[in-house]
Design a binder for this molecule. Structure first.
Ligand SMILES: Cc1ncc(COP(=O)(O)O)c(C=O)c1O
Length: 301
């Protein structure tokens, strides 16, 4: 089924404080965010009507904006309340939420000290990032020619739109060669992350994952580390070289969109998704669907 273009859907988008008809929610072509990538965003999932770890996402959005030198004109409480408005108006119980903040149009040049800051929040129904068949088989990753930058080169811990240029370049190249996604090394040649997800390797019964010193320390990554340790699995955060894929028995990706996605192939290296992939998929699934106590139910308990 051809998907409906994202600017032509029905529904509402929360835009600068109010709900607007989806197809009419537009920005001016001379927006700083568009020309100079002064834009930050979040990717969130709704499970059973609740955004998983909403406050962590909201805090990261505020942090990312601050790293890019601007402040959102809304508090974390207001942003969370705006999410509730969008979800109530759209009736989405299982889907994806995309808050995005950017500099507007008052100044058009590298300097944009006077520009207003805008915030929009859209939500839509969204199934698994990768198809169920691809997940079961383990997805195929191409090792990208592009690398994650040195933290002295770019604000690597912000979820900033500009950093995704490298991801799109990498993913397009991978897809053009029949892969599902790309695995990016960092500026030193160490394993970094996929284009929208972090990576874990099972070596000798222990989970190894790169230290997030020049890429996003994913909320899912941190959740999965906690779940793995709760299962008694040792998790080691360290520098990992691509040659070490030869020793890995299982590999999986983690991310809000990807959830836990087994990997079957990275360049010349092959893996068979096994018990640890299955266990982490099951644990993550149970975790995100765990009922969350609301203030009223908590008061009764
Ligand atoms: C480049 C990149 N790395 C990692 C992640 C995983 O982060 P999270 O688990 O917070 O979604 C994402 C997704 O937001 C991403 O875009």
């Amino acid at each position: 089924m051809a998907s409906i273009p994202f600017d032509q859907r029905d529904g509402v988008i929360w835009y600068n404080g109010r709900l607007c008809p989806w197809a009419e929610t537009k920005i001016h072509v001379l927006s700083h965010g568009l020309h100079y990538a002064s834009s930050v965003f979040e990717g969130e999932r709704v499970y059973g009507g609740t955004v998983y770890k909403l406050r962590e996402h909201t805090e990261r959005l505020i942090y990312s904006a601050n790293v890019l030198g601007f402040s959102l004109p809304y508090s974390a409480d207001q942003i969370d309340a705006a999410h509730a408005e969008v979800l109530a108006a759209s009736g989405i119980t299982d889907g994806y939420v995309r808050p995005v903040a950017w500099r507007g149009s008052e100044m058009m040049g590298v300097s944009a000290q006077q520009n207003s800051i805008h915030l929009a929040i859209a939500a839509w129904e969204w199934p698994s990032y990768f198809s169920p068949e691809a997940r079961m088989a383990g997805i195929r990753l191409r090792i990208s020619d592009w690398r994650r930058p040195d933290p002295r080169t770019a604000p690597v811990h912000a979820k900033a739109a500009g950093l995704y240029m490298i991801c799109t370049l990498s993913k397009h190249k991978a897809e053009s060669e029949g892969y599902h996604d790309a695995l990016m090394l960092d500026w030193r040649g160490q394993v970094a992350e996929a284009t929208g997800a972090n990576i874990f390797l099972l070596i000798d019964g222990k989970l190894h994952t790169p230290k997030p010193d020049c890429f996003l320390d994913g909320i899912t990554r941190r959740t999965v580390i906690g779940l793995a340790r709760a299962r008694g699995l040792e998790v080691i955060e360290r520098a990992i070289l691509p040659e070490e894929f030869a020793q890995a028995d299982e590999v999986f990706l983690t991310g809000t969109a990807a959830e836990v996605t087994p990997v079957g192939e990275i360049g010349p290296y092959k893996f068979t998704p096994g018990q640890v992939c299955q266990a982490m998929i099951a644990d993550y699934d149970a975790e995100v669907r765990r009922p969350v106590a609301t203030p009223s139910t908590a008061a009764v308990a």
